[in-house]
Design a protein around this ligand. Structure first.
Ligand SMILES: NC(=O)c1ccc[n+]([C@@H]2O[C@H](COP(=O)([O-])OP(=O)(O)OC[C@H]3O[C@@H](n4cnc5c(N)ncnc54)[C@H](O)[C@@H]3O)[C@@H](O)[C@H]2O)c1
Length: 320
């Protein structure tokens, strides 16, 4: 297969490209990425030593650039990771979230239609469902209505709607995966787990929103990559799949677990004013992907977190 991975220089994208090059050594992968602040250009350079991989710097919002790439390559499938992904930034400046996450996705869908009804997989998020009360034991299934809380999740929900509409109206072969919070190597330092590790290593204050009781479902990035690989090859066209570990941890427990792995005290934890509209609890039901594709998360959080902490210790160790 010849795959186009958009946003492949970001956290999940570089892990996905690495995973696919290892597990499908005969595949060719092209990565199209704008290299925003969130990208990992050094990791892309390392991946470029593989002759089956090609990197192209470009913007998914630029129709001319995107069409030119589609006309020179013959893609079998497009996997779209490209996005602005940080909720806090979306609260400060929603514009770029709408242009990249919604309009950029629209350009890619048009290109897939124009260049031969190309298979399209959209990487979405469980945040499109909105949140649940902390005390609740409910979970969201793929049939639940969307109720996003932030401009980020609203832009992702809009993109999901657009993708499904191209499936229904034009018959484009589309699928969508909605994953919970990912963790693992190569995530930008603005996100919770890298921030905690980075600040703890330099004995700086560790900001925790509100009272830290918000519940998150942490999925190791490699488990997510395996799910995408399965959906790409065996998923049913037109379907949505929730992807999560189905285990929940409060933010404060996650912070304390990281500090314990680093041998650091909890004295630097600082509870800061809550994020506006902060989602309380995310929880999705993954029975669809479990029963139809045989996927379930394999990596235990305690084990995955230990490895993740080691990765960032090496990356940030001795700095600042
Ligand atoms: N990280 C998570 O926990 C998580 C969970 C669920 C879903 N997702 C989704 O997965 C996808 C990847 O997330 P991530 O955490 O790797 O994000 P990221 O912010 O680390 O990476 C995004 C990548 O997209 C690129 N990009 C941004 N705008 C672009 C544009 N206009 N054209 C081309 N490239 C552009 C960036 O340069 C970057 O390399 C996103 O769509 C996100 O919504 C992420």
């Amino acid at each position: 297969m010849n795959l186009l991975v958009t946003g492949g220089a970001g956290f999940i994208g570089v892990n996905f490209i690495d995973y696919m090059l290892r597990t499908h050594p005969d595949y060719r992968i092209v990565c199209l990425d704008l290299l925003t602040y969130a990208a990992n250009p050094e990791r892309i350079s390392e991946l470029e030593t593989n002759k089956h991989f090609r990197f192209v710097k470009g913007d998914i919002r630029n129709r001319e650039e995107v069409y030119s790439l589609f006309s020179e390559e013959s893609f079998d499938a497009v996997i779209n990771f490209a996005a602005e992904s940080h909720v806090d930034r979306s609260i400060e400046n929603p514009d770029v979230f709408l242009s990249t996450n919604v309009l950029g996705t629209g350009v890619l869908l048009d290109a897939c239609l124009k260049y031969g009804n190309i298979r399209f997989h959209q990487i979405s998020t469980d945040e499109v469902y909105g949140d649940l009360p902390l005390e609740s034991t409910d979970t969201f299934s793929e049939r639940d209505r969307l109720s996003p809380s932030s401009p980020y999740s609203a832009s992702k929900a809009s993109a999901d709607m657009l993708v499904l509409s191209y499936g229904r109206t034009y018959g484009l072969p589309v699928t969508i995966s909605r994953s919970s919070n990912n963790y693992g190597p190569y995530q930008h330092s603005e996100k919770l787990i890298p921030t905690v590790i980075k600040n703890a290593l330099s004995d700086k204050s560790i900001p925790v929103y509100g009272d830290g009781r918000n519940l998150r479902d942490w999925l190791h990035v490699e488990d997510h990559c395996k799910a995408i690989d399965l959906i790409l090859h065996k998923g049913t066209i037109g379907e949505l799949y929730n992807v999560a570990s189905e285990k929940e941890y409060s933010n404060i427990d996650t912070v304390k677990a990281i500090l314990s792995l680093l041998g650091k005290s909890e004295e630097h934890i600082s509870f800061v004013s809550d994020r506006p509209g902060h989602d309380l609890r995310y929880a999705v039901d993954c029975s669809k992907i479990r029963t139809s594709l045989g996927w379930s998360a394999e990596r235990e959080f305690t084990d995955g977190l230990r490895n993740t902490v080691r990765f960032y210790e090496t990356k940030y160790g001795g700095t600042e």
